[in-house]
Design a protein around this ligand. Structure first.
Ligand code: SF4
Length: 358
């Protein structure tokens, strides 16, 4: 029997072995009052539909993206309703958040139609698994790593893993971390392992023959916000406030719509152009052979950590807001366990024990 592990479990095992023990070994799950809206699931469905459409037709349209998001939102509503019946007014804020996602999606299609320079889209949403490789280069008989890519694309004749990210803000410190992004590094390592072991599907193997091995991760970051329309002042002019959270394109289009001359607002437009697009950001991060080898070892060492059955606590300040097991960690109590937590029947679906292939 092999055990499937994921990046999330490896991360949690290292962050706090005790928390991972409660979550993965004892299968204890906090009872949540509201199951919460999975915005990422809705947006991912839209992105996949968009790029499937682009791959099939070579053109861009917001319709397939919107249709997929509407379908996913209907499923999300059913899921939430099944967990907890909600009043009509409780649905309103969720619907508003989904409406914003629709607007973000429409704006993204306009942006992508101009700025995507992909030679080819090999696939969207690819899921696979590979054995963890031990320190001697041998495949583990105990652990497989499961990974999931948003897509595989070709840019300037090179093959890239596509990673779509929907962020609340596009913060510089988060961008600086992209070259160290462990999750996508592990996914790239896993994909290359699969190719090396001749276990990748034919269409990926063909793409590798044509374009070479995947060279890195192409981050496609989309801010979950849309550019603001600049305010219309009482004297009929458009606000010159340069802190307005918008783009030069939206500002100029607003001026034209209001019958105003963009030349009169050249200074504002120039500032906005210099600020650039703060709603979409892209960066291609190469990962070389040595980096990937080190990432592979990090995965292996993570599984050693798991095999060691560590259960020590790792308390730090972030526990108070980040850990759903805080109360239980503070003082173990059977009453608390019964009131605030539930025990899953088995490991999370993505962690089920599976028969090892003969
Ligand atoms: S509160 Fe902190 S120390 Fe306790 S289980 Fe959670 S992460 Fe670990």
């Amino acid at each position: 029997m092999k055990q499937i592990i994921t990046y999330s479990e490896l991360r949690e095992r290292r962050r706090c072995p005790y928390r991972a023990h409660l979550n993965y070994d004892r299968r204890i799950t906090p009872i949540v009052k509201s199951p919460g809206l999975r915005e990422g699931t809705i947006f991912d469905a839209g992105m996949n539909a968009l790029y499937d459409y682009v791959a099939a037709t070579g053109s861009y349209s917001s319709a397939p993206m919107r249709e997929a998001m509407v379908r996913e939102w209907a499923e999300e509503r059913d899921r939430i309703e099944a967990r907890i019946p909600m009043m009509a007014e409780e649905w309103e804020p969720l619907q508003e958040r989904v409406n914003l996602l629709y607007e973000v999606a429409d704006a993204y299609v306009d942006f992508a139609a101009v700025n995507d320079h992909f030679d080819a889209i090999v696939c969207t949403q690819y899921e696979g698994r590979v054995p963890v490789i031990n320190e001697y280069g041998r495949a583990s008989t105990k652990y497989d790593l499961r990974f999931k890519l948003d897509g595989l694309i070709v840019i300037d004749g090179k093959l890239w893993v596509l990673e779509n990210k929907a962020w609340k803000t596009i913060a510089q410190d988060a961008i600086r971390m992209l070259p160290l992004d462990e999750q996508c590094g592990m996914y790239l390592w896993a994909l290359r392992q699969q190719i090396k072991r001749h276990e990748a599907p034919g269409y990926i193997a063909d793409a590798v023959k044509r374009y070479g091995w995947p060279v890195g991760v192409y981050y496609n970051i989309i801010r979950k916000a849309t550019p603001r329309v600049p305010a219309l002042l009482k004297d009929g002019k458009t606000s010159r406030d340069q802190r307005c959270d918008t783009t030069a394109e939206v500002y100029e289009a607003t001026l034209i719509e209001r019958g105003q001359d963009p030349a009169d607002y050249a200074d504002v437009l120039e500032t906005l152009r210099q600020k650039g697009n703060t709603f979409h950001y892209r960066e291609a991060v190469y990962r070389n052979h040595l980096e990937l080898e080190e990432i592979g070892q990090r995965i292996y060492e993570g599984t050693r950590y798991l095999a060691g059955k560590h259960r020590f606590k790792f308390p730090e300040r972030s526990c108070t807001w980040e850990c759903a097991y805080f109360a239980l960690c503070l003082e173990w109590s059977e009453d608390l366990l019964a009131e605030q937590y539930t025990v899953r029947d088995r490991r999370h679906a993505e962690y089920e024990e599976i028969e090892e292939a003969a």
